[in-house]
Each structure stands twice: as C-alpha cells, then as structure tokens.
Design a protein around this ligand. Structure first.
Ligand code: WT7
Length: 652
C-alpha cells in the first residue's frame, strides 16, 4: 500500500465537503435531519408535493398497519407522465434524456420529446398485444434504450413490469415469469457482451415453452443473427411498434397501485417477487436522486453504470433519474471492451459529471491499474457514488484519488431491492465522509443497530441493522406471499424491519455496513442465496448433496465456494468441476457460478442434520474453526479443511 493511502486510511481520517462543491450544493447543513426526523410523515408529504405531479391529491400521508404500509393514500398519478410529459410540457423536450453507447461503438442521443414518442408508441403496441391495466409484462433485454422504454411504456398503461436481468438463465426466467403470471414477454434477438452475442431469444424460447401465461413475445432486433420463430406468438418490434400512434394518454394510477415486481434472492431457493408501488416509491427515488447526487438537471451529465435489470437501474437510471429530468448516459457492454479504458473513454466523450458504480467494479479498475483512467480526461467529474456492497477503504480512497482527483465527494449509498431507494448515505454538501462508511441514515429514515434481543446497541458498537419506521419506497410485500413477507423482514425483531445486514456505529455515530449475516451471499454486489446454488447443484445427476458459502474475495466481495458429495458411480475430476460450474451457470446464470468446488465424502452437520455453513466458511477463508461442539462428528470438518487447503482452489 502506498504511503499516501496509508495515511489517508489512518485513524480518524475524514473528508469534509470540498469548499468548491459546497458553494453550489443543494444541502449544506445538517438542519434538514432534525426537521425531517421531528415529523417524518410531514417531511415526506412535502417532498411528494414538491417533486411529483399528481392527478389527484392524496388524503392521508401514511396508513401503517405493521408490516403493511400505504403512502399518499387516495392520490393518483402516473410515473411515466412524471418522467416524460411534464418535462416536455415545461419546454425541455430538446434536452437529452439518454446518451446511449452501444458496445460495438454505435451511439444514440434520445431527447425527452423523442423518448415520450417512443414510449407512447410502445405503450400502444402493448395495448395492441392485449395488455391492460394490472396485467404483468416480463422484460428480458440487454442494456439498449428500448429497455428503459419498456419499463416506462408499462408504467404508462398501468401494467406492472417484471424485469429479469439479461444474464439470468432460461430456468430463472421461466420461474420468474410463472410466479408473476405475465401475459407478454418483451425480449430481443440477442445482446452484445464483450464482442459476443448473448442469445436472448433462444433463452427466452426455452423459458416460455414452460410458461402457460405468456400469450405474446415482442422481439427487438439488435444483434441480427437468425432466430427461431413461433408464428402467432412472436411479434417483431419493428413490425408493430413504429406504426403505432405517438399519442397514448398516461393511465391515472392509484398511489398504491403496483408499479413493478423485481425478484431477489432470499435465504431459500425460491426468489421473492418484491412489490413496489407508485406514489411513495417515486417520491423517495426522486428525493434521494436529487439530493444524494446533488443533481443539477441543466448542467449535469449523470451516469449510473448499473444494468436496468437490477433495482439500481430501476430507481436511478429510470424512475428517479428521469423524474428529475437528468441527462443520463447508458452503456450496453462490459468495461473491458474493446479495452480496459472503455468507462473512462465514455466519461471523456460525454463529459460525465456524476458517476455511480459498484465496489466490485472499482476493485477491478484498481487491479487493471491507474494507467487506464490516466489516459483519459476525467476533469468533468464532480461527484462519485458507490452501491451494492460494503466498499473497502482502500477502494474508496483509490476511487477518490485516481478517478475523482481528490475533488469529488464519494457517496457510499446503502439500500436494497426491498428498500427501493437509498436509505443510508451521505449528503455530499453537508456530510463529512469517512472512507468505507455509508455515514448516516438519510433525513426521514429511521435506522438502528440492535443485538440478538432487538435491543439498541450503544455507540460505539455493532450488531444487526434494522429500520425503525416505514419509508415511502419500502416494499409493499412479496408477490403472492404476505406471510413470507412478514416472517422474512418483520419476524426477527418486534416492530422493526430486519435488513439481513450486520453493521456497527463508531464513536462518532457513523454507520459501517459489514455484509450479510444470513445465508445470502453478495456476489459482485448482488444477492445470491446459498440455497439457490445448492438447489442447482443437486439438480445435476452426479450430485448427492451440496453446501455452498460466500468466501471473502478481493474482487467480487464474495465468491462462491461449493462443497459437493457425489452420487455413487461418479468420479471426482477437473472435468466434472467444470461441468458443475457450467450447470449452475445454466440453471441460475453466470453470476452464480461457484469459484471453487471441493468434492467430499461428508459435510459438517449438527446432530439434527443441519449443515453448518459457518464452519465451511471458516474453511474456505482459512480461519481457525469456530465452535464445533454442536457437530455430530467434529473430525469431518478437519478432514475437509486439510483437503481444501491442499487443493488450494485457484485464486484467479
Ligand atoms: C444488499 C442488497 C441496492 C442496490 C444493489 C444491491 C448490500 C448494498 C451497500 C452499501 C454495504 C451494501 C447489503 C444489502 N449493499 N449497498 N453501500 N454498503 N452493503 O441490491 O441485490 O437487493 O442487495 O446489498 O448487504 O442488504 P440487492
């Protein structure tokens, strides 16, 4: 570690808002916290009135029947109207909404007026396919402008969308479509990824073959290879959409109408359809986007480098960003195509001022070396953001120095698919930053750290992160399973939302997130459950039993280490390791591929037969083994450890 970094990481290092930044910042003092926390309902009601256009006023700010919340009850609005029409009506039709950069080097600039026309045509096309208010539409696309358009077209006609990230497998897509009982699927022929084609249509065909609810598949042409076609079911985008009218009146939606479902991993193998509704969600994504990023819509060029397929994209590429009239950059491909300076080339080309990315990406850039960003002019940047997992102080400082040239505040934003919007984060003009800390709950947000009994832990101290009051963008439930919603989030600590993360507060009250405390792993900033991967592994004919853990990994945060018992008649081999890794990729998606697989005769279990994953985690991280007294046979884990270390799973 260089001397500078070491001194920056030294005890008590902190970064007050730079003076030049403070000069124009939206929030520069801490009064707003007191004001919001004194009356959080009043605070959010003021934001809803200021930031969102309503067709009808609400009569009640919050109905709270723990754990079920309703915000801005009685209000009516349309999310797509708030993202598009009102800006065009106010004379901003010529402002660019999306600068899109295709992976092969093609590019488009789409203005707000153009986007409104495109979205309206697509909305009319969906109607022509039989989609009505309340019908679910699944979306499975790469990062093309038609992806955000698809979300907005659904929102325009009141059809909840369910986006499945383009890296998921046919089985994952099938399960999500079936759970949502979607009527229409929007997909493409393929997506570009590192110069090769992800065959979206083939994958979608395999999924839809087992999806009885799907009536029509709308197919966008992007990669232009030949694709199989199902007459009567499949419809080319270019045959249907451009012929539609560019007028489509936005459907007035109830504040609590479902805006979308987004699936996330839980501690069991079955993904949860997280439900987000309209009025409260829009209010909080708008407020946080505007204040955490200090957005100046007339001058900023904002780039959230996530995929729209994750919640980060929903909230901060589509709804929050457009509702605030941001000019956004979106990029189709990977950061190393054609070369490792692609991100920085895009920053230079569009003069990006705000960049929001994930620690796993930042660590990858660190590994590639400073020479890549140094080749490019990054002086347009004024603010940097991070999301997805705890950012280690080394990566934070590298981001601050090498990308931000010690000029740009770094906002580390903690939130979840379930919270819908940012919850713990600095306000860059007001908060003194500490590398690695997400700092404080945002105004109006109630967060605490509790012990096993739900008792607040004194400062300084650590325990479980909980949220202590409802917030406007909170999930409204798990699709089709209210009991699971209650049990998962509200069952552990009386009256409090349990986020599943460990956290501590330092002597100054700063929050430091410590990662998951349950059987959910964080792989490159995305939740994958141990159960999901184990389920995929035992789905292979060679596997009798499997246990997986997330082991700390220098690049991806956590990497999956699998321990597998083979069925009789199957031999351990390198080829079988590869086959199982591929099998998991095909079953769930490449993101869930185990980094290492160890074949074993036995797994460490309690007398009641529960696999003790924490011991396997100790093994995988080469820690001293924790308490083994509840093991049925303590020698088992010693044997596994010896073999695991002998195999020294590749650290590539
Ligand atoms: C989990 C939620 C929010 C969009 C991307 C992930 C972890 C997220 C941070 C952060 C520490 C973080 C948590 C959380 N996480 N942001 N800034 N610092 N941890 O959404 O897939 O729903 O995952 O990501 O563990 O619970 P998600």
């Amino acid at each position: 570690m260089s001397e500078t970094i070491e001194s920056l990481l030294g005890e008590g290092q902190s970064f007050p808002p730079p003076a030049h930044f403070k000069k124009t910042a939206r929030v520069v003092d801490a009064e707003i916290y007191d004001e919001a926390n004194a009356d959080f309902e009043g605070f959010w009601a003021r934001q809803a009135a200021d930031l969102v256009d309503w067709v009808e006023e609400w009569h009640t700010v919050l109905e709270w029947d723990l754990p079920f919340a309703k915000w801005f009850v009685g209000g009516k609005l349309n999310a797509s109207y708030n993202c598009l029409d009102r800006h065009v009506e106010a004379g901003h039709g010529d402002q660019v909404a999306y600068y899109w950069e295709g992976e092969p080097g093609d590019a488009r600039a789409i203005t707000y007026a153009q986007l409104l026309d495109d979205v309206s045509q697509l909305a009319n096309a969906l109607k022509a396919l039989g989609v009505g208010k309340g019908d679910r539409v699944n979306i499975y696309l790469g990062m093309v402008p038609e992806l955000p358009m698809a979300l907005l077209a659904c929102a325009r006609i009141g059809a909840p969308h369910s986006v499945v990230f383009g890296g998921f497998s046919a089985d994952s897509l099938r399960d999500r479509i079936n759970d949502a009982e979607a009527k229409v699927l929007i997909t493409g022929d393929g997506a570009w990824r590192r110069g090769t084609i992800v065959p979206l249509k083939d994958i979608a065909d395999a999924a839809v073959a087992e999806c009885p609810s799907i009536e029509k598949v709308l197919v966008l042409r992007r990669t232009e290879q030949d694709v199989a076609w199902s007459d009567g079911r499949d419809v080319w985008w270019h045959d249907l959409v451009p012929q539609q009218s560019t007028n489509c009146a936005p459907e007035p939606m109830d504040s609590e109408d479902l805006l979308y479902l987004l699936y996330t991993s839980g501690t069991t193998a079955k993904p949860k359809g997280i439900m987000h509704t309209t009025g409260g969600y829009l209010t909080q994504v708008c407020w946080t986007h505007k204040h955490v990023f200090d957005l100046q819509p007339d001058t900023d060029v904002y780039w959230c480098a996530a995929d729209v397929g994750w919640v980060t994209g929903h909230s901060y590429i589509v709804y929050g960003a457009l509702a605030n009239r941001a000019t956004c950059v979106i990029y189709e491909g990977t950061p190393d195509f054609p070369d490792k300076d692609r991100m920085w080339q895009i920053v230079e080309k569009y003069k990006v001022t705000i960049l929001y990315t994930a620690p796993t990406a930042i660590r990858t850039f660190m590994k590639w070396g400073a020479e890549w960003p140094e080749k490019r002019d990054l002086t347009s940047l004024r603010l940097l953001g991070s999301v997805g997992e705890p950012i280690n102080p080394e990566a934070w400082v590298w981001y601050w120095k090498t990308i931000g040239a010690e000029r740009c505040p770094v906002v580390d934003t903690w939130w979840q698919t379930e919270t819908g919007a940012m919850m713990i984060s600095p306000l860059p003009g007001a908060t003194t930053l500490k590398p690695g800390s997400a700092t404080f709950p945002l105004p109006g947000i109630g967060a605490d750290i509790v012990d096993d009994n739900g008792k607040s832990v004194a400062i300084p101290g650590g325990g479980y992160l909980v949220l202590t009051r409802p917030w406007p963008a909170m999930l409204r439930g798990i699709w089709g399973d209210p009991e699971r919603y209650r049990a998962t989030y509200w069952g552990r600590f009386e009256g409090k939302y349990f986020a599943g993360d460990g956290a501590k507060r330092d002597a100054d009250g700063y929050f430091w997130l410590l990662g998951r405390v349950d059987d959910v792993m964080l792989i490159s900033g995305h939740n994958i459950s141990t159960a999901e991967v184990e389920h995929a592994l035992v789905g292979h004919p060679a596997v009798a039993e499997a246990a997986v853990v997330g082991k700390t990994d220098a690049t991806s945060g956590q990497a999956i280490a699998a321990f597998v018992i083979l069925r009789n008649g199957f031999e351990a081999s390198d080829a079988l390791v590869e086959e199982l890794r591929e099998h998991v990729a095909e079953t769930i998606g490449p993101i869930a591929k185990p980094k290492s697989i160890l074949f074993t005769e036995e797994l460490p279990k309690t007398r009641s037969g529960k696999i003790m994953r924490r011991l396997l985690k100790d093994v995988s991280e080469d820690h001293a083994l924790g308490d083994t007294t509840t093991l049925a046979d303590p020698s088992v884990v010693e044997g596994i450890k010896a073999r695991y270390l002998a195999q020294a799973p590749d650290e590539a």
